[in-house]
Structure formats: structure tokens, C-alpha cells
Design a protein around this ligand. Structure first.
Ligand code: ADP
Ligand code: MG
Length: 432
């Protein structure tokens, strides 16, 4: 695992103030942040984590929790009071200034909240700035900057001046400038926080696309949990200088480490974070294609549901059958399901986000079928489950259950039909 670590932080401390080292000693011996406040402000306390290559690692916390200080230690803008940072396997703590500049130039670029564009330079020249600092010849740097201008969606805007661009577009220039430097690691400190919500959403989506395309390692800082959840492969939650939890968005949402994280989590837009696989339930109403109408009908009766998913031997989803149709076949003595097999249901992939489940869920009263890449049924999402996941409410309230399709043929009638139909010796009633 060690070879794919892009950035590693080990027991980082940063204390601003008169006696920072003494403050760290006391923190290490168990003193609280408040207890050492006369020695200085403990902005970061004992932070350790590894960021993997190609990962989006989000640092999230309220204002003043130490996020900016932490990220500035990762690229050496701040010294650490204690602890060490490695970037691309190279220790950057305590190295000389020229060496540090070199690491920064080759490995890390930074995008700030206030884009810091040069007002009298064109968009293209702004994007080429980092390359200019690196001494890349003019033609080459403009060509490379043009590519990243196109990448961030500003094709045709290269000759404009920053003042002619909206805030969102200016931030795209900031991003293009960081990408032009072609470093493996991007540090983004509240890069989207000043943007309007809709523009911000667009930028988040674009960042994910770019990351997918370019495979950069991104360390992204935000005080917004929704943004953290949407972007982060993993999220580190900071409070009062300490990292209080590191986990995937789902870990943090479903298993918050403490009250502080839980408070944060309460108003997150769960629909964008959770996926079908995280809320699905086992598919109980299923029948193997070869088992026939009697088995299907019995399953539906036992589960009191009007439909059953029909699976091939490999669990591949073939279709759905309804109780009334199966009933007819049983009465006629037909032993093959294929004539009543229907595709009148919606299937979604395991990684489909909840927000993308609404429409299919509303289109069909049946539970959504969740299938894997091979088309095998791995679970179902009944509407009640979807609603419950969004509201984080319990599902056992009678009124919500009514939304689920219930058996349309009375159980007793089914039982009668199963008993009185010509029993076909080749099809066992309880065939599975
Ligand atoms: P965040 O980015 O999460 O808002 P910061 O890292 O900027 O938090 O700040 C963390 C704490 O460190 C705050 O209490 C802040 O006042 C303090 N701090 C940050 N920078 C300095 C500095 N240069 N000098 C003194 N205190 C600072
Ligand atoms: Mg900050």
C-alpha cells in the first residue's frame, strides 16, 4: 500500500504563539487546547492521515477548526511545530527552502477561495502563470494553458480579461492555472465557497469529471458537509484542531463517530450521497424461471405481495410476474412462466445515487430492482425504503406500507387454486 500514497501526514501539530514547542509537549501529555491557550493557539493537534494517489480527500470542519493551517503544512507554506509530511514519498518537513520550492513546483498546486487572478492579463496568460514561474518557454506554456482552459469549459475565452468573466468562470481560470502546472496533487482551500449555489454545484460536478479524466490527487477543504459528501472519496472531519473522524461519506453518514459529526450530518442532502446499494433490501419475492407458476404464486401469497422477480440460474434478472397472471396459468395447468413474464419494472445499478432513484421509483409501483454489472439481481428498493432513507425515519409505519403493491388475489383463493388445480408431478409446489 505504501507505494500509492501521495501525501502522508504524521502526528502534525501547529501552534501559533509565544511558546509553541512547550505547548505541543503539554498537548502530547494530555493537556487540552484550552489549558495551553496561554502558550499559544493550537490550530492543529496530532493530525495523521495518508492520502492515496487519485483520491479526493476532503477536510471538513467549521470555520476556525484548523483546516487551512493543516493544508498549508501539507505544501510547506507553514512549518510544522511537530510531526512530519511526505509528498510523493519525499519528506518535506525541515528541508531547505530551494528544495521545498522544487517539491511544490513539481508535485503540488493550490487553488484558493479568492482566485487571485491578475487583472491586466488575459485569461490564457493567467492560466499560464504557474508555467511562467517554472520558466517554461512562452509558446509552450500558452499551448499547455490553452489545453487546460478548454478542459475547464472556457474554450473561446482565452483572450478575455478576468473582469469580463463571472465569478464561476474566474474560479475556472484558477482551476485551469492549477491544472496547467501539471502537478500530481491539487490542494483546494474552500475553492468553491464563494460561488452561488448553482454555479457551485456545476463546479463540483466538473471537478469530479476532471478528476476522472486526469486522475489527480485532490485535497479539498470545505466547511460544507454536502460538498464534502459529494466530492470526497474520504472525509476527515476536524473540530478544534483535531481530526475527529476519517471515513467514506457513507461511513460518516451512517456511523458518525460522535455528537459533533452527527450534528453536521443531520442536514446533509442524503440523496446525493447514498447509493442504491446502501439502502437496498434483500429481494425476497423472487422465483427461479424454471420453478413455474405454482411456485411463483405460493411465494407471492406467503409474502403478501402482488409480484415476484424471475431469475435465471445465474441470478440474472429475467422479468417480473404478477399474482393474477400466475393464477390464470395455475388454473389452466400451464407449467411455464414465460408467457406472463413482463419487463414492466425499473432496474437500477448498485452505484446509482438516491437522487436518481426518484423518477424510476415514481414510474412504477414495483420496488426498484438493483442489479450488478452482470445483470444479476442483488437487491430491491421499495418506495417506502427510499422515502425512509431520505427522511431517516423508521419504515414500520402502517400508512407508508400501503404504497407497496399488495397481493391482488386473496390468499384464500390462491391457496384453493394451488390445492385444487391438477397437480403436475413435474412441478413441486415449493420448488425454488
Ligand atoms: P479554518 O481554515 O478551519 O477556518 P484556520 O486553520 O484558519 O481554520 O485557523 C485555525 C485556528 O488557528 C484559528 O483559531 C485561527 O484563529 C488560528 N490561526 C490561524 N492562522 C493563524 C496565525 N497566522 N496566527 C495566529 N493564529 C492563527
Ligand atoms: Mg480556512
Amino acid at each position: 500500500m505504501t507505494d500509492n500514497i501521495a501525501v502522508s501526514a504524521k502526528n502534525l501539530y501547529k501552534v501559533f504563539g509565544r511558546r509553541p514547542h512547550e505547548a505541543v509537549e503539554r498537548l502530547k501529555n494530555g493537556a487540552s487546547r484550552d489549558e495551553i491557550s496561554d502558550l499559544g493557539t493550537a490550530a492543529v493537534i496530532d493530525a495523521s492521515f495518508d492520502v492515496h494517489q487519485g483520491e479526493i480527500f476532503v477536510v471538513m470542519g467549521l470555520s476556525g477548526s484548523g483546516k487551512s493551517t493543516l493544508i498549508r503544512m501539507l505544501n510547506g507554506l507553514w512549518d510544522t511545530t511537530s510531526g512530519s509530511v511526505t509528498v510523493g514519498g519525499d519528506l518535506i518537513t525541515g528541508i531547505s527552502a530551494p528544495k521545498l520550492r522544487d517539491v511544490r513546483r513539481r508535485h503540488i498546486s493550490m487553488v484558493f477561495q479568492h482566485f487571485a487572478l491578475f487583472p491586466h492579463r488575459s485569461v490564457l496568460e493567467n492560466a499560464a502563470y504557474a508555467l511562467e514561474v517554472q520558466g517554461v518557454p512562452r509558446d509552450e506554456r500558452l499551448a499547455r494553458a490553452q489545453k487546460t482552459i478548454d478542459l475547464v469549459g472556457l474554450k473561446g475565452w482565452g483572450e478575455k480579461m478576468p473582469s469580463q468573466l463571472s465569478g464561476g468562470m474566474q474560479q475556472r481560470v484558477g482551476l485551469a492555472r492549477a491544472l496547467a502546472a501539471d502537478t500530481d496533487v491539487l490542494l483546494m482551500d474552500e475553492a468553491f465557497s464563494a460561488l452561488d449555489p448553482l454555479i457551485r454545484r456545476e463546479m463540483q460536478e466538473q471537478l469530479l469529471e476532471l478528476q476522472h479524466e486526469l486522475g489527480k490527487t485532490i485535497i479539498f477543504i470545505t466547511h460544507d458537509l454536502n460538498e464534502a459528501m459529494f466530492l470526497g472519496d474520504r472525509i476527515a472531519v476536524m473540530r478544534d484542531g483535531r481530526i475527529v473522524q476519517i471515513g467514506t461519506p457513507e461511513d460518516i453518514l451512517t456511523d458518525p463517530a460522535n455528537d459533533y459529526v452527527e450534528q453536521f450530518v443531520q442536514d446533509v442532502d442524503r440523496a446525493r450521497v447514498l447509493t442504491a446499494s446502501s439502502v437496498m433490501e434483500p429481494a425476497r419475492s423472487t422465483v427461479l424461471a424454471g420453478a413455474g407458476p405454482r411456485a411463483a404464486l405460493k411465494t407471492m401469497r406467503d409474502l403478501q405481495t402482488s409480484t415476484a422477480f424471475v431469475l435465471g440460474r445465474d441470478r440474472k434478472l429475467q422479468g417480473v410476474v404478477r399474482d393474477a397472471d400466475a393464477m390464470k396459468l395455475v388454473r389452466k395447468g400451464v407449467t411455464d412462466l414465460s408467457s406472463i413474464l413482463s419487463d414492466d419494472f425499473n432496474a437500477v445499478q448498485e452505484d446509482t445515487s438516491l437522487s436518481e432513484l426518484f423518477v424510476p421509483s415514481v414510474e412504477s409501483p414495483l420496488p426498484l430492482a438493483v442489479v450488478d454489472a452482470n445483470g444479476r439481481l442483488v437487491g430491491v428498493v421499495p418506495r417506502v425504503t427510499l422515502l425512509a432513507a431520505l427522511g431517516n425515519v423508521t419504515t414500520d409505519t402502517g400508512d407508508i406500507q400501503i404504497l407497496e403493491p399488495r397481493l391482488t388475489v386473496p390468499s384464500a383463493v390462491i391457496t384453493d387454486a394451488l390445492a385444487s388445480s391438477d397437480s403436475d408431478s413435474s412441478v413441486k409446489e415449493d420448488a425454488r
